[in-house]
Design a protein around this ligand. Structure first.
Ligand SMILES: C[S@@+](CC[C@H](N)C(=O)[O-])C[C@H]1O[C@@H](n2cnc3c(N)ncnc32)[C@H](O)[C@@H]1O
Length: 242
């Protein structure tokens, strides 16, 4: 691990990570979150991921999913700031859930495509995000979407947020399969890199990947950069202290 000696990482840390957002954006993110918090409808979950530390049953209240399975407020704001900072135009999110991350990304103005396999979750979220023309919600399994749709559409994403199916092998596979749909300045964000020893192994392996130059270990999120002008260096910024 190194201190911050890279101007690119230094600026990203100061302006995006420790920066701030307009009050109106913060208000919108909070308002959306509150609407979900007050939704006690029970929906049936089909678990396509690596399971959950929190739930044993397959029926949950929307408000409970928010509490245990969604991006927390500070992280939604951070996600917005990252998208805003990099001026990303096209984003892919693997794992929509209640759309907490999706909304934050969309507020930056980016076109966001978000994938969710659990039908009831997808339907519920879709009904709440109708006002966003720049959000495309897809009901599908990640792998099938990558194999079928992406291969056909051949998009190029500026940011890819992998926030579902927290299994080491699956995460490495998604990264590899998504590389053809990235470019040198694409930012990959991996959620829950310390969720399990298996996820941590995958994270450490990806940091050494031949296409990855700089990486930031942010404890709950891992950032992978492919920028050729950057040498392979690993940085550590503890986002928990934010
Ligand atoms: C942690 S949640 C996503 C949180 C969301 N990004 C947010 O910002 O609040 C993960 C979601 O991914 C979905 N998921 C997990 N594995 C999947 C897979 N293989 N294909 C499609 N969806 C999957 C789950 O159903 C779950 O809703």
């Amino acid at each position: 691990m190194h201190g911050i000696h890279s101007p690119f990482i230094f600026q990203f840390q100061h302006e995006a990570i420790y920066g701030s957002q307009d009050k109106s954006i913060e208000d919108e993110i909070i308002r959306f979150r509150e609407s979900v918090k007050n939704n006690h409808t029970t929906i049936t979950i089909e678990d396509y991921g690596a399971g959950s530390h929190k739930f044993k049953t397959d029926t949950r209240k929307v408000s409970e999913i928010l509490k245990h399975n969604s991006t927390p407020l500070k992280r939604s704001l951070l996600l917005y700031r990252i998208c805003h900072y990099f001026k990303v135009e096209k984003v892919l999110e693997l794992g929509t859930s209640l759309g907490i991350g999706t909304q934050a990304i969309a507020l930056s103005g980016a076109q966001v495509t978000s994938i969710e396999a659990s039908r009831a979750v997808y339907e519920s979220t879709k009904s709440r995000l109708t006002s966003f023309e720049n959000i495309q919600l897809i009901h599908n399994i990640f792998q099938r979407y990558i194999d079928d749709d992406l291969s056909r559409l051949n998009p190029s994403y500026d940011l890819i947020f992998i926030d579902g199916h927290h299994d080491g092998m699956a995460t490495m596979n998604y990264f590899e399969r998504l590389l053809p749909f990235s470019h040198d300045h694409t930012v990959f964000i991996l959620d829950d890199i310390y969720w399990s020893p298996d996820m941590t192994r995958a994270w450490k392996t990806l940091q050494q990947h031949e296409r990855v130059t700089a990486s930031i270990d942010g404890f709950f999120w891992g950032f992978l950069f492919l920028r050729k002008e950057q040498q392979q260096e690993q940085f550590y910024i503890n986002l928990k202290t934010m």
